[in-house]
Design a protein around this ligand. Structure first.
Ligand code: GLA
Ligand code: ZN
Length: 676
């Protein structure tokens, strides 16, 4: 449990009473109670208020707020306020200001604006965390610490350059090794002095949109920046823990956010939390995938939904309202995938600055007679009914998809073979096919133990980290099914090509080698021709993006290219290796093929969906202590009938016993309890 003090799905979110006058505070509490809100995230952006100058700290408003809420049964998720530095600090200590990608020194403004290697930022953010921890360490209201906010963004200032050099010394020990790792004889880049190395930005190696001359340098800068920000987080984490060791600490992540290696970060979070802001046209399977990724960061441990909007955002180009029922539906989607909290940004809509048109539980109207308030309070009541029933329940998936941030950076930084190659898209294609089949999937990092899975899929595993090929081989040898795709096994951790034929270290387990890689224009396709029928797959399927020209070295050829000069060469191969099988998908297939392909692999392994649901009805399960909870989420606007078969299960929201043909309203949710 995240914190046993409140053994239920926490409900509430970001609350900024400091932006309001006193008269409204009691009204807030009245409405929170009406809505079943029991957790308020406080102090997210109050650094300047808490510390008006270098030597003065004043937490009066925070003391009063925490106490007032607590007296009314509302707990606190306590942020450290270091996500935006005070203006006076920027004026007095300009080292805290970042230098941007174009080499421009920033002036004060915005948020998430501090240089992560600024001595000023490190000193005062750590000190702030310490002051807060010392003050609130024993406060019974504080359920969890929320360090800073949405860490992100890079800096390219001189102190970052200095720290980068230090980081590089640590990684490579000497310049010979660095020169080798970066392949610096290319374009005359041999370095003789550490001080010759500068950050890769628009002034040096990179162009906006991921273009770089030197993948090695750019990749290391991403690792370094992710580490630098993590260092800032750790300073605060340790400061808090030295006073308040029993209260969990987190920081809110952002799903597939590009710039930080979240698998590395998650090791330092007591519980993962994240902010979920899909647009109305974000595929629901994408959101599902990100939830699974957030759950995967800590090997399946339940996570916190730290923020979502009850209605709309302000920062997307088109900020549609969540249609009636959608907020509830998407909240349960988070829970179905492992969330143990439902929190909003924000509880009361602000009246000034850029978030005044961001949705909130309490809107500008200021009363409870709004659609949004009715929907939030209805959900609040349901979560009270659910009590602790679902807390800590686990998802037991037999299939995993590998996701690796460093691999992603390397793929996206690659100059060639195609600008259209996007790692997350390719991963999502595979996830989506499994999602359409209602097969639960874990999203795992490269450190995860593979033996718990029957099938492991690693789309575009371009970078093979040291030891990973061996891990895959042992998995397949022991009977596992492994799937990888085109543009895999190409480079090592330094983005240096493994010579001797692609896919390098994966060549023997896959039983193929790739000789060339063709890039297709967006309007070009090739075909995957299956001359032998296999579990419903037969005939031609479309593929595109990249086509690896491969030769079998022992693998069975299951499909061949249908056109171009490589017509007849293998495009889908299966290689028996030990007790298991390794598949190579040499191009990017259409969704019909992928669904059929993954469905066949699941059938071979006896993996199937618990309920055969109509289209756009998501089915998933969480289990604990011999109980399994089946979630049925109707993403259609219309009602559907779901066939539960003869097994009767209890609907935990209504208490009804359900079996056979069950109606589910548009955007409806059902959570069914079955005893295993
Ligand atoms: C982020 C931030 C919040 C708020 C919301 C708005 O998630 O953490 O402070 O700005 O976005 O959607
Ligand atoms: Zn900097």
């Amino acid at each position: 449990m995240i914190n046993e003090t409140l053994p239920k799905i926490w409900y509430g979110g970001d609350y900024n009473p400091e932006q309001w006058h006193e008269q409204i505070w009691d009204e807030d509490i009245r409405m929170f109670k009406l809505a079943g809100i029991d957790v308020a995230t406080l102090n997210v952006f109050s650094w300047s208020l808490n510390q008006p100058d270098e030597h003065t700290y004043d937490f009066t408003w925070l003391d009063e707020t925490i106490n007032r809420l607590y007296q009314n049964g509302i707990y606190t998720c306590l942020a450290t306020s270091t996500g935006a530095h005070p203006p006076w600090m920027a004026k007095k200590y300009p080292d805290i200001l970042r230098v941007d990608f174009y080499g421009r020194k920033r002036a004060f403004g915005g948020r998430h604006n501090s240089c992560p290697n600024s001595p000023t930022y490190r000193k005062y953010s750590q000190l702030m965390a310490e002051k807060l921890a010392e003050r609130y360490k024993n406060h019974p209201a504080v359920l969890i610490w929320h360090v800073s906010n949405e860490y992100g963004g890079y800096c390219y200032c001189d102190q970052c350059a200095q720290s980068f050099r230090k980081w590089l010394r640590h990684r490579y020990c000497n310049l010979d090794q660095l020169n080798q790792a970066w392949n610096t004889r290319f374009w005359g880049h041999t370095f003789y002095d550490w001080d010759e190395i500068v950050p890769p930005n628009d002034l040096s190696e990179e162009r906006e949109g991921q273009q770089t001359n030197f993948q090695g340098i750019s990749l290391d800068y991403r690792r370094f920046m992710s580490d630098s920000l993590l260092e800032c987080y750790k300073l605060e984490y340790n400061a808090i823990k030295s006073y308040s060791s029993n209260v969990p600490v987190t920081t809110n992540l952002m799903g597939t956010y590009q710039e930080l290696d979240y698998f590395k970060w998650a090791k330092h979070l007591d519980v993962v939390s994240w902010d979920n802001y899909p647009a109305m046209n974000t595929p629901v399977s994408y959101t599902a995938m990100v939830h699974d990724l957030m759950r995967g960061l800590k090997s399946g441990q339940p996570f916190m939904l730290m923020e979502q909007t009850p209605s709309q955002q302000n920062w997307q180009p088109y900020n549609s309202l969540k249609r009636p029922g959608v907020m509830r539906l998407w909240s349960y989607q988070a829970i179905a995938h492992g969330a143990d909290t439902i929190l909003f940004f924000q509880l009361r809509r602000s009246i000034g600055a850029c978030e005044k048109f961001h949705g909130a539980v309490i809107e500008h109207a200021g009363h409870e007679h709004t659609r949004v308030f009715r929907e939030t309070s209805a959900l609040g009541k349901e979560l009270q009914t659910l009590s602790d029933r679902l807390l800590d329940a686990r998802v037991n998936a037999k299939i995993a998809i590998v996701f690796d941030w460093e691999n992603r950076w390397a793929v996206n930084l690659s100059s060639g073979p195609s600008v259209a190659l996007d790692y997350v898209n390719e991963v999502h294609k595979y996830y989506d096919a499994l999602y359409q089949l209602n097969i639960q999937t874990d999203m795992i990092g490269v450190d995860e133990d593979l033996s718990q899975y029957d099938i492991v899929i690693a789309p575009v595993l371009y970078m093979i980290k040291s030891g990973y090929a061996q891990k895959i081989k042992s998995f397949v040898k022991a009977g596992g099914t492994f799937v990888t795709t085109f543009f895999s096994g190409i480079v090592d951790e330094n983005d240096l090509v493994t010579v001797g034929g692609y896919p390098g270290e994966l060549r023997d387990v896959l039983g193929i080698w790739a000789e060339e890689i063709d890039a297709l224009f967006p309007d070009q396709t090739n075909q995957m021709v299956m001359s032998r029928e296999w579990g419903g797959l037969k005939g031609n399927y479309e593929c595109g993006l990249l086509c690896d020209l491969i030769h079998s070295e022992g693998a069975d050829v299951v499909a061949e290219y249908g056109s171009d000069f490589y017509q007849g060469m293998p495009v889908l191969t299966a290689h028996s290796y030990g007790e298991g099988k390794a598949w190579y998908v040499a191009s990017s297939p259409d969704s019909e093929f992928l669904t059929g392909f993954l469905s066949n692999l699941c059938t071979e392994k006896g993996i199937k969906s618990v309920v055969n649901a109509p289209e756009h009805v998501e089915v998933s399960e969480r289990s604990k202590e011999g109980q399994t909870y089946v979630f049925l989420l109707n993403h259609n606007a219309e009602a559907v009938i779901v066939d539960l078969g003869d097994r009767s299960m209890r609907d935990v929201l209504t208490g009804d016993i359900q079996f056979g043909q069950v109606p589910l309203v548009g955007r409806g949710v059902m959570i069914l309890e079955k005893t295993t």
